[in-house]
Each structure stands twice: as C-alpha cells, then as structure tokens.
Design a protein around this ligand. Sequence first.
Ligand code: AMP
Length: 490
Amino acid sequence: MNFLSKIISAFKDHGARPAFCIQNKYYSYAELESIVSSVQLKINENCGNEQNIGIVLHDDIETYASILAIFISGKTYIPIHPGYPAERAGQIFEQAGIKYLLAKTITDTYSGVTTIATGEESPENTGKLSTSSFSLDKTNAYILFTSGSTGVPKGVPITYFNLDSFVNAFDALGYKTDHNDRFLQMFELTFDLSVMSYLIPLCKGACVYTIPDSGMKFTNIYSVLTTHKITFALMVPSVLANLRPYFEEIDLPDMRYSLFCGEALYKDVVAEWMRCVPNAVVENVYGPTEATIFCLTYRITDVHNISEYNGIVTIGTPMQDMEAIVVNDSYKQLPEGEKGELCLYGNQLTPGYLNADKTREAFFELDGKRYYRTGDIAFKNEDGNFIYCGRVDHQVKIQGFRIELSEIEFHLRAITGSSNVVALAMNAPNGMMQISVVFEGAENDPEPVLETLKTKVPPYMIPAAVHFVATFPLNTSGKTDRKALQKMIE
Ligand code: AMP
C-alpha cells in the first residue's frame, strides 16, 4: 500500500480520532477529510491542469489540508513562507512556474499569481473524498527551495516515488508506533523534516501536534511536549541547546522515540537529554533535502558508549534502498577510515534540481549508479557507521535552517558594491550558532544595508552581528583567511 492509500485508510478507519491538534484545537480524521475534500474541489474548479501549486504557510488546518488535497489530486506543492521577501517569493514562482496559491484567507497577495481562499467551505462539498488508485511514481510530490550560493534559491523536486520510498524505509526501521501515538511537528513546512512529522502520523491514524507560529519557539515546543505527552518527536539539536538549562526539571516519561536531525548532534548534550526521556529510543538521523527527509540513522543503545567523532554523534548507516559512500576529489570511492565527501544513491534521491546546471554540479555516475554529493565530509568507521566531520563548503545550519554563507555575501556585495565582505557562522554566548558579517574598511552604520538585505533573504539569514576590519588577513594563497578573520572578531 502506498502512503496515499494509507492516509485514505486512516480517514476510513479512524474518523472519530484526532488527526491534528493545532493551537489546542483538535481536528478529527473525519473533519480533516471534509476540509481536504473542500480544498480539492477548489483546486479542481480553479487550477485546471496546473501541476505546481503554491501554499502560503500558516499554522492552521487549511494549510495541512491543502497539502493533502494536492497529494490526492496527484499535483505538486510548493510551500511559500509568508515571511519571504516578495523578491524571493517571485523567484520561486518563476522557477516553479506557479500560477496559483492556496491560503486560508487572501491576506498575502503576490503579483502575477492568483490566491485561492481555502477557508470558506466549497458549497458542493460532500465531506467525503472521491479517490481512485494512485500511481504517481515520477510525478513531483513537492518542490522545496533551499539557499543557493548565487543568490537565487535552489529548487529540489521530490517525487511520489521518493516520498513513498521514504515511508517504506521509515517503516522498515521497526519503530513500534500506531494510531495511539502523539507526534510533534515543530518544523516550518519549508523544511522537509516537517514532511515526516505530519505524513508518518497520518499514515498510521495518529495525531500531529503543531507548534504555534507566535511566541518563543522553544518555550512552545517544551509546552507541547509536556502538555500533550508527546510520544514521538523529531527535533533539531538546537532545541536541546535551548532546553539544556532546564534539563534538571524536564521529565518526559511518555516519550517513546526522540529523534534528532538537521545538524550535528553533540554527545554530551544528548547524553544529558536521555535522562529527560528515560523511556525513549534516542536516534541521530541524517539526510539532505535532496535525499528525502533523512536516509541514515544511528540508535544510541548505550549512553556510556555513544559512537562519536570530535564529540559529534555518528550518523549511522543507510536506510532501506539507500546507499552511502565516501569519495575523494576525483570521485573515487575511499576505503573505511578515510575521510572524503559523503555521497548518496538510492530510491529517495531527487531526480535533480530545477536548474540543470546545479544538477550537473551535484550528481555523478559511478559503476552505473547516480550519486548525489552531499558536501558533507565523512568517513566510515570499523563498525560500518558513517561519521560526520563537517562541510566541504560554506553551507551552515542555524537552528536547523540550511544557509549558504555565500548567498548572504552575494547580496551584501550587490547592495554595498563592496567586494570584501565575509559571512561567518559563530558561536553566540548561549552556545547557539549565529551569523556575523565582516566588511573590510572603515566602520559605518550597517542599518541601511541590513534593511535592504531584509528585502532579499528570509529573516533567519539576517546577520545577528556586523563587524568592520580595516584590512582582511590573507592566507598563503592570497585569499581572505576566513579562520583568521573569525579569530579577530571573536
Ligand atoms: P537540509 O537539506 O536542510 O536537510 O540539510 C542537509 C544538511 O544538514 C546535511 O548535508 C548536513 O550538512 C546537515 N545534517 C543533517 N542531518 C545531520 C546530522 N544528523 N548530523 C550532522 N549534520 C546533519
């Protein structure tokens, strides 16, 4: 049974049970089905044969119903964050050829696209979905846009086959979850970890608990974990950095699965966290958007014996129908123990970016298999686990958001006309990562530049600190010495 058939079965089998809890309001599977059916009618009435449909994201049931209606119609969703600057949203509409957007109410309007309000029920709605069989293999289920180093976001299409392969591989991991489970959904829907967090529970008839848009995110997460006795939570490790001062008081005996993904997981923090979740299986999972949500997993079976490198927990072994190898600069596979670039192959791999040039740069063939270069440095240890060691490029993660530092530099160069500007990911005093930028030259007021930057990139890419250095230090090849620069401003 594919994932869509599983969700349709959940509508039938669990009608009275809760599917979502959004801002403390529960929606049963029967209510969800009715809203999905209403949205589907609106899509049919308004969008004709358009394949790619945008969804303006809000923490409401209509947003999730729109995703499901798009899936059940065999179309492709593209999440649009309302906080995106108009220019960035416009680049996404153009690349994905989006003509229609779905939103609960028409508050966010964009030029050149028609917004369809999903909040008012369609008069013809029967409340029941009419569905046939699904065989959508090569059709895209969604397209996510990640930070692109040349200033334009990069579109990653994920097909129904990719997504179904993820769901099957997830099931093969053997987690014992069912309709009684309560899943946390802490991610923005522009981040693919959100897809696991809503899709897996819906395939099982379980309930999804979302995090409110407003207020302090980490306080909201803690509140949902405790109030609703969450049993399955996939989170980014930066949640732990925020909760760490309160670990002594945190006790979550109902948590059965506590997974971390999206950035390096540190052994000392996770070992302390395990005391807060005494009954949970704790895992570090790994994967880029290009390989559908996650595709390697490592289970911590013994808190005193965590496989790690430089304090970072290993990312483990590939999931079903996925393969990982480590290669050198000439794409030659390296033996166990040797560090190189981690490359992925298998059923969860995107067919390629929307931009063919980007695809050529990131994929290569080896022994008849098409591999994706992750940009992550890794090696395989004697236990067969892959060890994450860092990045080959300037991609960083800030609270789970994937950011190309060169994209920030690109925009700052264009705004200021200055060629010497460097963006760095730095440790803030609270242990969290933040972005700092350094301009070469005399100090001046950075506010006007930051204001313009806000019209180009999402809020999480805006630097927290700006520095000026009279002359940049150079390395032996005459290039800006980023490490030395970092030390200078630390
Ligand atoms: P994204 O496409 O946003 O999912 O980002 C993918 C990147 O996040 C990977 O290439 C890694 O650099 C990083 N990442 C994801 N999971 C982990 C993990 N468990 N440990 C270390 N880095 C991770």
